[in-house]
Write a protein that binds this ligand. Sequence first.
Ligand code: UD1
Ligand code: CA
Length: 449
Amino acid sequence: MPVSLVILAAGQGTRMNSDLPKVLHKVAGAPMLHHAMQAGASLAPERVVVVAGHGAEAVSKAARAWDEACTVVVQAEQLGTGHAVAQARTALEGAAGDCVVLYGDTPFIRPETLEAMLEARARHAVVVLGFEARDPGRYGRLIAQGEALERIVEFKDATEAERAITLCNSGVICAGTETLFSLVAALGNDNAAGEYYLTDIVELARKRGLSAGVVTCPEAETMGVNTRAQLAEAEAAFQARARAEALDIGVTLTAPETVFFALDTHIGRDAIIGPHVVFGPGVTIESGAEIKAYCHLEGCHVSRGADVGPFARLRPGAELAEFVHVGNFVEIKNAILDEGVKVGHLSYIGDANVGEATNIGAGTVTCNYDGVMKHRTRIGKRAFIGSDTMLVAPVSVGDEAMTGSGSTITEDVPAGAVALGRAKQVNKPGLAVKLFERLRAIKAAKGKA
Ligand code: UD1
Ligand code: CA
């Protein structure tokens, strides 16, 4: 059965106290919207509609960055969750099968839970995802008998007895696409908030003789973010889960509570991650690689047997082949390091290709930026770059070539050559002795004055 998704993301998120639309605040390096879209993507939806409102342009851009094919519709005025869903009607015209409604500010719904909801559709026209709340607060309450759902009552409209119910509405709803839009079209706004509540479709469905049902999930999944404090809680919850998952699949984390993952971090079995390592978006670490303490990585790929750090920074486009060694205080950006390359200490390698088994001496810098444009440095195989070499790009160093320590290389170095780009050394016998004497005399004279 085909599935479509509607993701509600129009709200301002007043309590975030922010210029940024709420759904663009990040958890694990990715906007919350991407978390919701990723959960929904597990259902392989035919169509995805994001309902934007506050900051629609930025929300739209973020939505398309995750899924080029999604449709963004704008809800100009936020008249309620039911009204928001109604905005997706045209975009879903003629879509067969089911429609799942997700919230852009609820990042942790698991694919398995969505699957369970679709399964429950075999028994019910409308399926609502509920959870047992430790503190039900202002959530909508589910009036249900077992799996059968009678109606949902919003906190504001609930009686004391209804407020005592702890089975709450997560917000995720699933129904046949046609049924959903027919129900949403019939919604009124005669309630305490004066809003078109999506939740009222349950009662409407029952009145039409359709059945509604509840599927439940752990409260941790339904966690919604309304404040910065909840954003921080969401981050902590994500990290706790990511650490546990990494350990589970056979990654060694020396101090798990100090390692931070992104939504899309991939780490292979038997990789070793030391304390205080931060993974930004887009990192893949293959099996058996080691990332030592205090490294920051993003947009990079570290192959099997490579080791990085301590105190290294891998930036987007850093591609480390097998058995590459990147040591302390080294920064790599947009550079391909072939098998066995060593960059041990205090270096910047940016916009570069480095051939296999080449050794880059301490303090080497690829001078990739001329103040206006970026240029590439190409270094061949089994080359030796002396310590403190400045490689002024665009420049290339051939296979098995060498550069002398302290060289500034501005011209291509042929294969097998040694390049010396520094002033020739001159020794002045005895001059140091005289210099010391003179300087000490000056100091002594000053002391007397
Ligand atoms: C909603 C539910 C409530 C549930 C709770 C779970 C309704 C009426 N109530 O309440 O039963 O327990 O979520 O978190 O549905 N949005 C729009 N346009 C609008 C209004 C909201 O896009 O006009 C979006 C928001 O950006 C947000 C989501 O819908 O992503 C939920 O809206 P919110 O106002 O937070 O709903 P709650 O009052 O929390
Ligand atoms: Ca909310």
